[in-house]
Ligand binder design. Structure first.
Ligand SMILES: *[C@@H]1O[C@H](CO)[C@@H](O)[C@H](O)[C@H]1NC(C)=O
Ligand SMILES: *[C@@H]1O[C@H](CO)[C@@H](O)[C@H](O)[C@H]1NC(C)=O
Ligand SMILES: *[C@@H]1O[C@H](CO)[C@@H](O)[C@H](O)[C@H]1NC(C)=O
Ligand SMILES: *[C@@H]1O[C@H](CO)[C@@H](O)[C@H](O)[C@H]1NC(C)=O
Ligand SMILES: *[C@@H]1O[C@H](CO)[C@@H](O)[C@H](O)[C@H]1NC(C)=O
Length: 201
């Protein structure tokens, strides 16, 4: 009896209530059409990160398809700009079997300057960086951001120090966007709320 109950417990712990869609799972792909593995989810999700090196070279893509765990981060776009590159994320959710197999529609990237400038720097494997160049915020980036700690990049967990511009959404939803986990414990993020130029040389 005890064994039987234990088995029931294991089954119910593995397949949670409401998880009845088949979704595609791809990690760290450069292909928005990637068809990786099939997994069971409550809601399917695709995240497309477009990385602009800001030096005239073309953008690169990093695509992740997986289960959505929080409706707050469905159907959103947000971006982060540093002095040497900027990244825009488009997150789409859908609710039918294999609906995240095809490439999601991604709107044009608005890189019009907002007028806000933020102190900017980037340093891998460091806890702080010295922000001695300003970066122009674009699109909906209305916050200056300071980050320190572990961050998932190109499928790896890297320790970085970063300062630059970000969409307000990043500041308000950081815990949902980058869930804390044992493999990549979430770093520390602070955002300033000024909406006009904050850069002082
Ligand atoms: C721009 O930066 C990217 C990433 O750092 C690099 O791979 C590329 O070669 C650079 N392109 C130019 C034109 O400098
Ligand atoms: C996201 O958009 C899709 C397609 O328009 C829609 O089916 C889904 O319900 C939306 N999800 C949320 C949580 O807004
Ligand atoms: C693009 O961003 C600029 C600066 O924030 C803003 O004024 C403009 O309305 C945006 N355009 C679109 C199409 O969202
Ligand atoms: C954010 O602010 C808190 C409280 O002031 C501080 O402990 C933390 O180190 C700051 N993080 C960053 C990345 O500056
Ligand atoms: C993720 O993709 C990038 C670029 O294709 C590659 O350099 C990196 O090693 C990959 N990381 C993992 C964990 O597969």
């Amino acid at each position: 009896m005890r064994t039987f109950l234990a088995i029931i417990f294991i089954i119910s712990a593995t397949v949670k209530a409401g998880e009845c869609l088949v979704c595609i799972e791809c990690k760290n792909s450069t292909n928005p059409d990637c068809a990786g593995n099939e997994v069971t989810c409550g809601t399917c999700m695709t995240t497309v990160a477009e990385i602009d090196p800001k030096n005239g070279s073309s953008k690169s893509l990093s695509v992740e398809k997986t289960c959505n765990l929080n409706p707050e981060i469905c159907n959103i776009t947000y971006s982060i700009s540093g002095s040497k590159s900027r990244v825009r994320y488009t997150v789409k959710c859908c609710n039918t079997d294999l609906c995240n197999k095809e490439a999601p529609e991604v709107s044009p990237w608005n890189v019009t300057s907002t007028g806000l400038q933020c102190p900017a720097c980037y340093e891998p494997n460091a806890e702080t960086c010295v922000a001695n160049t300003p970066v122009q915020c674009t699109g909906d980036e209305n916050r200056c951001l300071v980050f320190s700690g572990k961050f998932p990049q190109s499928g790896k967990c890297e320790t970085i120090a970063f300062q630059g511009c970000a969409s307000e959404l990043v500041c308000n939803n950081f815990g949902y966007l980058y869930p804390d986990n044992a493999l990549c414990p979430r770093g520390s993020l602070n955002c300033t709320t000024q909406t006009s130029s904050s850069y002082v040389s």
